[in-house]
Design a protein around this ligand. Structure first.
Ligand code: SF4
Length: 395
């Protein structure tokens, strides 16, 4: 059967879709496009109302293009109490988790299930935990993903070893809240060290992480050049008053000290972040405070989200709503700032020679890859260097 995927949302969703695809690829043809399909599996996101809307639009569009295909929907949107997908006529089956989708479509569940996966061999995701116990005031995720659960160390390490053996060159550590990974006294620093010690050549990239108290071991791991100089450290607001209302667990001073500690070890580290614009009660002065803090932190990219009220969260009931016009205006200011900071980050790195992991070919002898600090670099080569580490100069 021809099976296609549409994945919305974050890297955790991407990991789960890839996992299903890898298992199904043993017996079915996995298509890279959502055309001429027998089955389409749609992995939904519900982090904002826009994500809900995009998920619904994707389902309708795919059914329109593939009227005979069976439509299977799962993921965060399908785990909500008000599961809107049950009523949609385009959908044949709704599941909550990716395990349920796998159980429905296959009897194979080997850990080494990427063996026949036909995707790119450069970067691969590794999920180490699920769920979150923080209940930040605006966030729906703990309600749909449940309590924080850590994947066992043995499972994580054997998956790392399998991916390296299969030729992947970069492993991206993902989870809903990876800083929560624990096993009795062992924490994320321990696990990352284990991963580095057990792999030889693969680069290890930390994806999104919450700014919590990191131990010295965490910082010292960045002395290892195989740990990418890139951390996506969720800020959400640069105003202490708003952070408190959001029930975030740090102040801007604590956040800044994490950035300073990282930069002490890796001066050219890329620190990217998420920012929520227009949280209830965020007036002009709190917004300006946030903007100044972002400038000070010299982020290499800011992912800007407009506040979206989610049913069941604390923020749903808050007053002092920021108007849509104001949110749009502020979001544009922050996105412009992100573009400016991104350019500055690149300029500060210009002229440096860095190891580049080549991902794709863009023309005759022309290739594109990324440095460990996630700068896109064009590489020229007589031979095909996709999936290889080469040295490139940042323009
Ligand atoms: S840490 Fe906060 S924002 Fe992140 S998933 Fe948990 S509740 Fe949501």
């Amino acid at each position: 059967m021809k099976i296609g995927f549409k994945t919305l949302g974050c890297k955790v969703n991407k990991y789960e879709s890839d996992k299903i695809a890898a298992i199904l690829s043993k017996k079915h043809e996995i298509k890279s496009k959502t055309e001429n399909l027998d089955i389409c599996i749609i992995n939904t996101c519900t982090v904002t109302h826009i994500a809900d809307r995009k998920s619904r639009q994707a389902i309708r569009q795919i059914k329109q293009n593939n009227p005979m295909a069976k439509i299977i929907v799962f993921g965060c949107g399908a785990r909500k109490k008000d599961n809107i997908y049950i009523e949609m006529p385009e959908i044949d089956h709704v599941f909550a988790t990716y395990d349920e989708v796998i159980n429905f479509l296959s009897s194979d569940k080997d850990i080494d299930d990427f063996e026949n996966f036909n995707g790119s061999r450069t970067r691969v995701l590794l999920k180490i935990q699920d769920g979150c116990d923080n209940y930040c005031s605006y966030c729906i995720i703990p309600f749909v993903r449940g309590k924080a659960t850590s994947y066992p160390e043995r499972r994580v390490i054997s998956e790392c070893l399998a991916r390296e053996k299969q030729g992947f060159k970069e492993l991206v550590i993902t989870g809903v809240n990876i800083g929560e990974w624990k096993n009795q006294e062992k924490n994320l620093s321990y696990l990352l060290k284990k991963i580095l010690d057990n792999t030889k050549e693969m680069r290890i990239r930390i994806s999104s992480i919450e700014p919590v108290h990191f131990d010295d071991e965490f910082y010292s791991l960045f002395n290892n050049p195989r740990l990418c100089g890139h951390v996506h450290l969720s800020l959400q607001s640069g105003s202490n008053k708003i952070l408190e209302k959001m029930r975030r667990r740090y102040t801007t001073d604590q956040y800044e000290s994490i950035c300073n500690n990282l930069r002490k070890i890796r001066p050219d580290i890329a620190i990217t972040t998420d920012l929520i614009i227009g949280y209830p009660g965020e007036d002009e002065s709190f917004f300006n405070e946030s903007k100044l803090f972002c400038e000070k932190m010299k982020f290499s990219k800011i992912h800007v989200f407009k506040f979206s009220s989610r049913i069941g969260t604390i923020a749903e009931k808050l007053k002092d709503i920021v108007s849509d016009d104001e949110k749009n205006k502020r979001a544009k200011i922050m996105r412009d700032l992100s573009v400016k900071l991104e350019k500055e980050f690149r300029k500060n790195n210009a002229g440096k020679e860095k190891v580049v992991l080549v991902e794709s070919k863009i023309g005759k002898k022309r290739y594109i890859g990324y440095t460990d600090n996630y700068i896109r670099v064009e590489v020229f080569s007589e031979r095909d260097v996709r999936g290889e580490f080469v040295v490139g100069r940042i323009e």
